[in-house]
Design a protein around this ligand. Structure first.
Ligand SMILES: C[S@@+](CC[C@H](N)C(=O)[O-])C[C@H]1O[C@@H](n2cnc3c(N)ncnc32)[C@H](O)[C@@H]1O
Length: 471
């Protein structure tokens, strides 16, 4: 019999907030036990509410409900629903997705840099501190969909960056919502089944907020996903109906949505994207290329993410002499082909690009997006299988796995494939550091690293590393 150690006594304690840890919380201690505290800043004294405090649990979790000694980097949270103090005063946890909104953007980035450095040291045995400091670079010069004025109002005058244009709002071109039992647009409270009604998504581009999905009766729908391309092209609303929802209900929702928006439904079990109105895909652009991305297919969320990452990856490979006309390269975990298209340009018709994507719908998109490039081979399948079937003498590989990383077996396969260099794109510093450790065991090392704040106000970040065999 297993013992459920997760209980919520909601006891309150006063703690000193210690160092930041991976996952969006800081470490505090109470009577020798570790407490992972969300919504604090290292150095603060805070009152917390225990949210996960089983008596035999190795550690507890807690949310800040009152700040007794604030950090100079604390700012008013821009979003009531995600603000821990205000949420708990209404007796519920905050929604996830803006868990660092109480910290100046500059300090958010320095905390992310600390997390990255710590993960590299602990999991990969790489200590960069003696030679250089890791910086997490700010991305984008505009506040995204929000006007500078509205961004300034939301964050107050001092964001730590001194400029409303980098207030870190309005960058999400993708947003996913739950639906409340009353049929209203909602979001899950953090680590809770409770769904709270939402009337704005400040991190999303204006095109998403302009849909005013909160005014719509969404009864019969389990989830709503919205994609609004940064290039201003037609957004797509993807409805995920609850089992048994009738088509009449979907028609009624369709009638409430603006005419110039595509609407589709996602079959909850088959994952099939069914057209309700307009297209079943959105038209994205990056680095001088256009891409179609179907339904819930993967695309970098930050409006400036695609260009930023293409620039970093091709910059590393080009500057190192691994990417030139005639090069043989592969784009692994390729999605709709974000990196495949610029790689195809760089290697030219005398070179070749192998592009591997696992999800069938997204791979079909990649095939359409690259249909006129004869030197590109699009393969749908798992990276581990395709690498076995298509051995080549690669000059370079791009690796952009999902959050879980590539893993030991794939890293071994990549090393065995014998490329001269690998550009590793990662959205998780822990799985990246773990994989880097495997590369180091195989005689490889990290030649260069950049980190980007592609998820402002959340604890997430994106890294791009250049890996090469060590002499
Ligand atoms: C982080 S996304 C990157 C996509 C693309 N590089 C981009 O930036 O738009 C990871 C992609 O890997 C795909 N994927 C996940 N596991 C895979 C596997 N074992 N083999 C191939 N593709 C996989 C996912 O479907 C997803 O499209």
């Amino acid at each position: 019999m297993t013992q459920d150690t997760r209980t919520h006594t909601h006891t309150e304690l006063v703690v000193d907030v210690g160092p930041v840890a991976h996952g969006g919380h800081c470490v505090a201690r109470h009577e020798g036990r570790v407490v992972f505290v969300r919504h604090g800043i290292p150095g603060e004294k805070v009152r917390v509410r225990l949210t996960d405090d089983g008596p035999s649990a190795k550690f507890w979790r807690a949310d800040v409900v009152e700040v007794l000694e604030p950090s100079p980097d604390r700012v008013p949270h821009f979003w009531d629903l995600a603000d821990s103090g205000r949420s708990w005063s209404h007796r519920h946890p905050p929604v996830g997705g803006a868990e660092l909104g109480h910290i100046s953007l500059a300090r958010q980035r320095s905390l992310k840099a600390e997390v990255l450095a710590e993960q590299l040291k602990r999991l990969a045995g790489v200590d960069l501190s003696p030679t250089r400091q890791i910086t997490v670079e700010a991305v984008g010069t505009a506040a995204g969909g929000h006007t500078a004025e509205s961004a300034a109002e939301r964050t107050g005058p001092d964001t730590g960056d001194g400029d409303a244009a980098v207030a870190g709002l309005g960058w999400r071109t993708r947003a996913a919502f739950a639906v409340t039992p009353a049929g209203k647009l909602g979001m899950h409270a953090h680590r809770s089944d409770a769904i709270l009604p939402v009337r704005e998504m400040p991190l999303a581009v204006d095109a998403i907020n302009a849909l005013r999905l909160w005014d719509i009766d969404l009864q019969g729908i389990d989830r709503v996903e919205v994609a609004a391309p940064a290039n201003g092209s037609r957004p797509l609303v993807l409805l995920v109906p609850a089992p048994g929802t009738r088509s009449k209900r979907l028609s009624s929702i369709l009638a409430q949505l603006p005419d110039d928006v595509s609407v589709a439904s996602l079959h909850p079990t088959t994952g099939e994207v069914l057209q309700l109105r307009g297209r079943t895909y959105v038209q994205e652009s990056a680095a001088g290329h256009d891409y179609r991305v179907t339904g819930d297919g993967f695309w970098q969320i930050h409006r400036d993410g695609p260009d930023t990452l293409v620039g970093a990856v091709t910059g590393f490979l080009h500057d190192g002499g691994y990417l030139a006309p005639g090069s043989v390269v592969a784009d692994l975990y390729a999605g709709a082909g974000l990196f495949t298209a610029p790689l195809a340009d760089a290697v030219g018709v005398t070179g070749s690009v192998l592009s591997v994507e696992g999800a069938p719908g997204t791979s079909r998109d990649a095939r359409k997006n690259l249909h006129d490039a004869a030197h590109v081979e699009i393969v749908q399948g798992r990276v581990e299988r395709v690498l076995r079937q298509k051995p080549r003498n690669f000059d370079a590989l791009i690796l952009d796995p999902p959050r879980a990383g590539a893993g030991k077996a794939v890293v071994k396969q990549l090393i065995d494939a014998g490329p001269r260099a690998i550009a590793y794109v990662s959205c998780d510093p822990a799985s990246f550091a773990r994989d880097l450790g495997y590369f180091r065991q195989g005689g490889w090392g990290m030649a260069a690293l950049r980190a980007f704040d592609l998820y402002p106000h959340t604890h997430h970040m994106e890294t791009v590393a250049l890996l090469t065999p060590q002499p």
